[in-house]
Design a protein around this ligand. Structure first.
Ligand SMILES: *[C@@H]1O[C@H](CO)[C@@H](O)[C@H](O)[C@H]1NC(C)=O
Ligand SMILES: *[C@@H]1O[C@H](CO)[C@@H](O)[C@H](O)[C@H]1NC(C)=O
Ligand SMILES: *[C@@H]1O[C@H](CO)[C@@H](O)[C@H](O)[C@H]1NC(C)=O
Ligand SMILES: *[C@@H]1O[C@H](CO)[C@@H](O)[C@H](O)[C@H]1NC(C)=O
Length: 322
């Protein structure tokens, strides 16, 4: 008998110890902020749920390793959830179905590898979704289809190597897409096409070697970041064509690519002529600005890419060894 009591005590105690502690920022603001306990915790009904006032829940860095069904049950005023910097590796279909009112969901810095289809289906008002720094590999399925109001989607620093051309197609309101720091080598030409509101596109720190200007047809791209990829050339009048799509390109970053020097000269001439601001980062001693053979001519064809990419990589390696 005593032993059972003792065990029960231990169990309860460890349960309490394992749960983060949450309290409101102030009496006036129904914003719940939680602090980490010393142990991993699976978010369950009872910690933050069942409160009709709470508008915001911050569980940042709280050692949350999973989310149970009903964890956010009965929270009709909830708009903002920050679950970043935890160790969530999986979200089961239905766990987000209770948070229909939410507009901001931050799942960055977790360990998500994939999503069940339909995970985001019950979030009609979601406008910000941050998935930075997870382990997502391919965004093939129709996971984002129902997010009609999504404006900001951050997929930076994942492991994405392939994307199907239609994944973002239903996101009519999308303004910003961040795909920085993935493993993309190419883009389906229709990926962004006709996304009228899309103004910020960040594709930097990937391995893209070809980019078709038509990929941006029908968007309103204002800020385009192609830095640190494997581009050796762009089609001629790239920026002018972008502007002809009625897009107002104002910032264009393209440093740290194995540009053919003749092609880079054309690009720089063009951005200067059109008054587009660009990265004017000088030679940093590590990443050459461009490479050239004896023939100073812009070879606009993918079959030449390898030569310039290899020349560039050699230079990068050599300067590292200095
Ligand atoms: C919120 O919950 C309290 C206590 O359960 C209840 O008295 C109140 O009427 C509820 N308010 C709304 C707006 O639902
Ligand atoms: C999400 O959380 C991360 C880290 O906790 C933070 O840096 C980032 O700004 C947040 N994203 C948004 C859209 O607020
Ligand atoms: C979504 O937002 C609209 C407009 O703000 C609002 O009328 C509607 O009730 C919201 N839907 C949900 C499920 O919160
Ligand atoms: C990314 O994928 C590679 C294999 O392609 C794997 O070794 C690595 O651990 C993955 N990184 C992350 C952050 O998931």
């Amino acid at each position: 008998m005593e032993l059972t009591k003792y065990l029960l005590f231990c169990l309860t105690w460890s349960f309490i110890r394992a749960a983060p502690r949450c309290k409101y920022k102030s009496d006036k603001k129904p914003e719940l902020i939680c602090r980490s306990s010393e142990e991993n915790y699976i978010l369950k009904r009872g910690l933050v749920s069942d409160n009709n006032r709470t508008s915001s829940v911050t569980l940042r860095g709280c050692r949350v390793s999973g989310v149970e069904y009903e964890a956010f049950e009965n929270m009709p005023s909830l708009k903002y959830i920050d679950l970043s910097q935890n160790s969530i590796s999986e979200l089961k279909l239905g766990v987000l179905d209770d948070i229909k009112t939410v507009t901001h969901l931050n799942l960055s810095y977790n360990a998500l590898t994939t999503f069940p289809i339909g995970l985001f289906d019950q979030l009609p008002n979601l406008s910000t979704l941050d998935l930075t720094s997870n382990s997502l590999e391919n965004i093939e399925l129709v996971v984002f289809d129902t997010l009609q109001k999504l404006k900001y989607l951050n997929l930076a620093d994942n492991n994405i190597s392939t994307i199907k051309g239609s994944v973002f197609k239903t996101l009519k309101r999308l303004k910003s897409i961040i795909l920085r720091g993935n493993k993309l080598t190419s883009l389906p030409v229709e990926l962004f096409q006709d996304m009228k509101n899309l103004a910020n596109i960040d594709l930097s720190h990937n391995s893209i070697s070809t980019i078709n200007v038509n990929s941006f047809h029908g968007t309103s791209v204002k800020n385009l970041n192609l830095a640190d990829n494997k581009l050796t050339y762009l089609t001629s009048n790239f920026c002018l064509e972008l502007r002809n799509f009625a897009a107002k390109l104002t910032k264009f970053y393209f440093n740290q690519n194995p540009w053919q020097c003749a092609c880079l000269r054309d690009i720089v001439d063009e951005v200067k002529r059109l008054g587009i601001s660009y990265n004017s980062r000088p030679y940093d001693g590590r990443h050459p600005v461009c490479v050239t053979t004896e023939e100073f001519h812009c070879n606009r064809h993918d079959r030449f890419n390898r030569v310039y990419i290899d020349m560039y990589d050699d230079l990068v390696v050599n300067t590292k060894n200095l």
